[in-house]
Design a protein around this ligand. Structure first.
Ligand code: ADP
Ligand code: MG
Length: 154
C-alpha cells in the first residue's frame, strides 16, 4: 500500500495492533528514514500505549505498557545489536509483542513465524512511502484476512 503522510503510516500500524497477541514478532524493514519508528508508534498507539515512543537506536531496547507489553528493538548498529541478540530476544520479549527495526538483518535470530513490514520511499512526493506486509509462517495464515481487512478499513 502507499501512504502520503507519517500519520497515515501510524494509522496502518494502529489498525494491525488489535490483531497482535502475546509472543508475536513484527519485523520492520526499510532504510533510514523509511518510517520504521513511525510505524511502530502506530502499533504502540493501537496497543493502548500512552508513553511517547521514540527510536531505541541508542538504548537498544525500549519497553512500553499497553493492552500487551511492547518491546521495541532497533538493530541498526549491528555491533551493539549483537549485545541484544546475545540476550536472546525471544526471552526479553517473553509474553510481549516484539517489534524489531532492521529485524531483516537478524532474521536468523528471530522466530521464523513473524509479520514482516517493509517500508520504502515512494516514487512521488517526499512524504510518500510504500508499505508491504508479508506473513511469515503458518501461524499468520488464519489472521491474514483480518490484517488485510483492518488495513482496508484504515
Ligand atoms: P526509520 O525508523 O525508518 O529510520 P522514522 O520513522 O524515524 O524512520 O522517520 C521517518 C520520517 O519520515 C519521520 O520524520 C516522518 O515524519 C517522515 N515521514 C514523512 N512521510 C512519511 C510517511 N508516509 N510514513 C512514515 N514517515 C513519514
Ligand atoms: Mg527508526
Amino acid at each position: 500500500m502507499v501512504t502520503s503522510s507519517a500519520d497515515q503510516t501510524r494509522t496502518i500500524g494502529c489498525c494491525i495492533a488489535p490483531l497482535l497477541r502475546a509472543g508475536d514478532v513484527v519485523v520492520v524493514a526499510g532504510g533510514l528514514g523509511a518510517g520504521k519508528t513511525t510505524f511502530t508508534q502506530g502499533v504502540a498507539a493501537g496497543l493502548g500505549v500512552t508513553d511517547r515512543v521514540v527510536s531505541p537506536t541508542f538504548t537498544l531496547t525500549r519497553e512500553y505498557e499497553g493492552r500487551l507489553r511492547l518491546v521495541h528493538v532497533d538493530l541498526y548498529r549491528l555491533d551493539r545489536a549483537q549485545e541484544v541478540l546475545d540476550l536472546g530476544l525471544e526471552d526479553v520479549a517473553d509474553g510481549a509483542v516484539l517489534v524489531v527495526e532492521w529485524g531483516d538483518v537478524a532474521a536468523a535470530y528471530l522466530a521464523p513465524e513473524h509479520l514482516e513490514v517493509h517500508l520504502a520511499a515512494g516514487s512521488g512526493a517526499d512524504d510518500e512511502r510504500t508499505i508491504a506486509i508479508t506473513f511469515r509462517g503458518r501461524s499468520w495464515i488464519p489472521r491474514a484476512d483480518s490484517v488485510a481487512g483492518a488495513i482496508g478499513a484504515a
